[in-house]
Ligand binder design. Structure first.
Ligand code: C2E
Ligand code: MG
Ligand code: MG
Ligand code: MG
Length: 291
């Protein structure tokens, strides 16, 4: 593939490649059955409103529970799902599962919860994605404003014009859009105004030690101020310490997500935590509370 008249040595790399390839082949074969064997599971990580201390919503995070390979993290199989085209059924399953679960929570009395769903690049490019999401929202009866699609900059910078149109279409039906991992991609500030974002999620790498790391402190503070001036809500990702949280409060960050409050949970545990959270913040709780 590199053209003729070339000499290339690749014994060592070849060995690594073949063993990786066979590992992937095995995973790929298994991934084909993951859905029908019901091996995929959504975990939900709480997002906390820093003004009210109430759970604002959740981010859905997929896990693959394989009978022999164990629990497989999304970064290990989402790329494979993209390469094989399996991302289409898997991605649809994720959106559907997340919307139905959120509607069930609404029906149980937690009617303010929002749900963040991550979209991969290949998934976002699917021509019928908009149609699918509309269908899923209709079938699950979840009001569209409670669904927030999380997308990264890297997904969006190819074909900017088309992507803006696609996002505007989603916005038209009332779905919210979040820019995920902000600061790790190309981060052209002009995108923030060009794309119809509602929320900006500051990547965990900037949140780390913001209380002591001056560079991170300045960056985070500036991002929050700028986002607010542009009318965006700000989520801090990966908050792990009280000191980080304190700093975020001082910067008027809107929402936090991270191990400090909770790890991603299975649906039942998330629901229990949300009810406990309401009880423990009861003195500030307004039953008609909406975001
Ligand atoms: P993300 O969307 O930025 O999700 C946040 C990741 O940070 C999650 O990892 C979460 O478990 C982790 N995290 C949250 N709080 C903390 C913290 O305080 N400390 C640390 N060290 N980590 C924290 P996870 O679940 O492994 O997901 C990794 C990435 O995989 C996600 O990044 C997202 O890009 C992708 N992903 C996850 N679920 C899905 C999915 O359903 N569909 C697609 N297409 N991608 C997904
Ligand atoms: Mg995300
Ligand atoms: Mg992120
Ligand atoms: Mg990420």
């Amino acid at each position: 593939s590199q053209g003729g008249n070339r000499c290339q040595s690749f014994t060592f790399a070849f060995n690594i490649k073949t063993s990786r390839a066979s590992e992937n082949l095995n995973m790929e074969a298994e991934l084909h059955y993951a859905l029908e064997r019901k091996e995929l599971e959504l975990y939900y990580q709480p997002k906390i409103n820093l003004e009210t201390n109430l759970i604002f919503g959740a981010e859905a995070l997929v896990r693959w529970n394989h009978p022999t390979m164990g629990r497989i993290a999304p970064h290990q199989f989402i790329p494979l799902a993209e390469e094989t085209g399996l991302i289409k059924p898997i991605g649809e399953w994720i959106i559907n599962r997340a919307c139905r679960q959120t509607k069930a929570w609404h029906n149980a009395g937690l009617d303010f919860l929002t749900i963040g769903v991550n979209l991969s690049g290949v998934q976002f490019k699917q021509s019928d994605l908009f149609h699918k999401i509309t269908q899923i929202l209709f079938n699950s009866s979840l009001e569209p404003q409670y669904l927030e699609l999380e997308l990264t900059e890297t997904i969006l910078i190819e074909n900017i014009k088309i992507n803006i149109q696609r996002l505007n279409l989603m916005k038209k039906i009332g779905v919210q859009i979040a820019l995920d991992d902000f600061g790790t991609g190309y981060s052209s500030l002009s995108y923030l105004q060009q794309f119809p974002f509602d929320t900006l999620k500051i990547d965990a790498s900037f949140i780390r030690n913001i209380d002591s790391n001056e560079v991170n402190a300045v960056i985070t503070k500036t991002i929050i101020e700028m986002a607010h001036k542009l009318g965006l809500k700000v989520v801090a990702e990966g908050v792990e310490t009280k000191a980080e949280l304190k700093f975020l409060r001082e910067c008027k960050c809107d929402i936090m997500q991270g191990f400090l409050f909770s790890r991603p949970l299975i649906a039942r545990d998330f629901k229990n935590l949300a009810f406990d959270n309401i009880k423990s913040t009861a003195k500030n709780y307004n039953p008609n509370h909406k975001h």
